[in-house]
Design a protein around this ligand. Structure first.
Ligand code: NAP
Length: 286
């Protein structure tokens, strides 16, 4: 598996990561299937896993995905980087932002326990909270880093200005925003360019548009034709296109099955020329 650097002074990780959300929210598979999927990804060379405390059913189930990943990594943790997030709550199964320093500090402690580690490899602010000044949330995570609870700091659901503001108070290793063929904002809003310029890892989430987007990806006729011509799945082709767009991109496709984990991981093997990038982009609208 090709490697990429997780931020300016970060470790090398697999160019394709794995997102754990669908293994722990509504519609989740049983644990044996989820662990088979994670092991299939590891066997294919994936060494970067993305989770969050709130990948669970509700507030009584916080840490479900972190605990699942910890169990899957038992005896296999060496060389694997795990990223988690704080800053959201799940009251009665809803998703509400809480970027208060108190919540982030408590959430980080719980994530350390759920993951079974002394220090979190990458801790990401899940999303800015309009009720809390952005730099107060970032500052809380910076203090967790100073306290040795967190090795690196990441941001999610942020704009280019927020990245610049946060970077003034703490080194930023990664930015995680939504990016897929139907949602090209990071290419247009300056976020992908800002990350590329600063060497900040850009982790596209929902690279297929989530579970429903993944099911209908093959309906994009141009993309399906390009994929068929190359003998790969449209999903693999989209991930390869993302990798070719910038050296800082590390997609984190979500999976519940070993088959999809294997198929996505193989995207790192596809060699892309500039003409391939143009052709694939043209296949879903330029
Ligand atoms: N920061 C945030 O706010 C945020 C928000 C959403 C997600 N995320 C992160 O980003 C990760 C990925 O996003 P996502 O899970 O929302 O959506 P996604 O990756 O766009 O789609 C997930 C779906 O893609 C399918 N899939 C994966 N590889 C495939 C392949 N090669 N061929 C066919 N289908 C394939 C999976 O199918 P199977 O289920 O059948 O395996 C799964 O249902 C999440 O797991 C999470 O870690 C972050």
């Amino acid at each position: 598996m090709k490697q990429r650097q997780l931020g300016p002074d970060g470790p090398q990780v697999s160019a394709i990561g794995l997102g754990g959300m669908y293994m722990s929210i509504t519609g989740r598979p049983d644990e044996a299937q989820a662990i088979r999927a994670i092991h299939a990804a590891l066997d294919a060379g994936v060494t970067f896993l993305d989770t969050a405390d709130v990948y669970c059913l509700d507030d009584k189930d916080i840490g479900h995905n972190e605990r699942l990943i910890a169990r899957a990594l038992a005896g296999r943790r060496e060389g694997v980087t795990v990223a988690t997030k704080g800053g959201i709550r799940r009251p009665n199964g809803s998703w509400t932002r809480d970027g208060s320093p108190e919540h982030l500090t408590e959430a980080c402690e719980k994530s350390l326990i759920a993951l079974g580690v002394d220090v979190i490899d990458l801790y990401q602010l899940h999303a800015p909270d309009s009720k809390v000044p952005f730099l107060e949330s970032v500052g809380a995570i910076a203090r967790l880093r100073e306290a040795g609870k967190v090795r690196r700091v990441g941001l999610s659901n942020v704009d280019a200005q927020e990245i610049a503001e946060a970077a003034r108070i703490v080194p930023i290793a990664s930015v995680q925003n939504r990016w897929n063929p139907g949602h090209r904002h990071p290419e247009e809003d300056g976020v992908l360019a800002a990350c590329t310029d600063a060497g900040i890892a850009f982790l596209p989430y929902s690279p297929f548009g989530g579970a429903s987007g993944a099911k209908s990806l093959g309906d994009m006729r141009g993309l399906a034709a390009e994929a068929a011509r190359r003998g790969v799945s449209p999903h693999r082709l989209v991930l390869a296109w993302m990798l070719a767009k910038s050296p800082v991109v590390i997609p984190i496709p979500g999976v519940r099955r070993a088959e999809t984990a294997q198929d996505s991981a193989a995207a790192a093997d596809i060699e892309f020329t500039a003409d391939d990038v143009t052709a694939v982009q043209a296949s879903f609208g330029g």
